[in-house]
Design a binder for this molecule. Structure first.
Ligand code: CMP
Length: 141
C-alpha cells in the first residue's frame, strides 16, 4: 500500500448532521482522492471488532454505543503519505485542541463525538480498509 492510502470514517454525529459533503469537499481541497466509499449502520459486533484495540479503555462502551448510534461513512482515501496527511487534516482527538481549519475543529463536539476517524499507521490503514471493503487489493492497485 506504500503509504499512499488511508481509511477514514465520517462518524454518526457528522453524518447525521449532514456534514459528509462538506467534509469530503474539505478533504478533496487538501488533495485527497476518494478511492472507495460506502454508508452503513454498524452493528455492536462490527463496532466492537473495529475498535477492539481500545477494549480495555474506560471509554470503550461509550465509543461502541456512539459508533452504532446511526449511519457512518467509511472511505479509502489516496494521497502521498496519506496516514500522516489525513491526521493533520482532521486535527487532534479533542476538538478543543484541534488546529483551525481541521475537520474536528469545524465539526466535532467532543473527544467522544469527534466527527471523523483516521487510521494511525499504514498497517492499521490496510487492516481497517479490509474491514469495510472486500475489494481493497483492487483499490490499492
Ligand atoms: P478515533 O480516532 O476514531 O479512535 C479512537 C476513538 O476513541 C477516538 O477517535 C474517540 O472517538 C474515542 N475516544 C478517545 N478518547 C476518548 C475519551 N477520552 N472519551 C471518549 N471517547 C474517546
Amino acid at each position: 500500500m506504500a503509504g499512499n492510502y488511508t481509511l477514514t470514517i465520517i462518524k454518526p454525529d457528522a453524518f447525521g448532521a449532514a456534514k459528509a459533503g462538506k467534509i469530503i469537499a474539505l478533504l478533496e481541497e487538501k488533495g485527497f482522492t476518494v478511492k472507495a466509499a460506502r454508508v452503513l449502520h454498524l452493528t455492536q459486533q462490527q463496532a466492537g471488532e473495529f475498535y477492539a484495540v481500545h477494549r480495555e479503555r474506560p471509554f470503550y462502551k461509550e465509543l461502541v454505543s456512539f459508533m452504532t448510534s446511526g449511519p457512518c461513512m467509511p472511505m479509502v482515501l489516496e494521497k502521498a503519505s496519506a496516514v500522516s496527511a489525513l491526521r493533520d487534516a482532521i486535527g487532534a482527538t479533542d476538538p478543543a485542541e484541534a488546529a483551525a481549519g481541521t475537520v474536528r475543529k469545524l465539526y466535532a463536539e467532543s473527544k467522544g463525538r469527534n466527527a471523523i476517524h483516521a487510521s494511525d499507521s499504514d498497517e492499521n490503514a490496510t487492516r481497517e480498509a479490509g474491514f469495510f471493503f472486500a475489494e481493497t487489493d483492487l483499490i490499492f492497485g
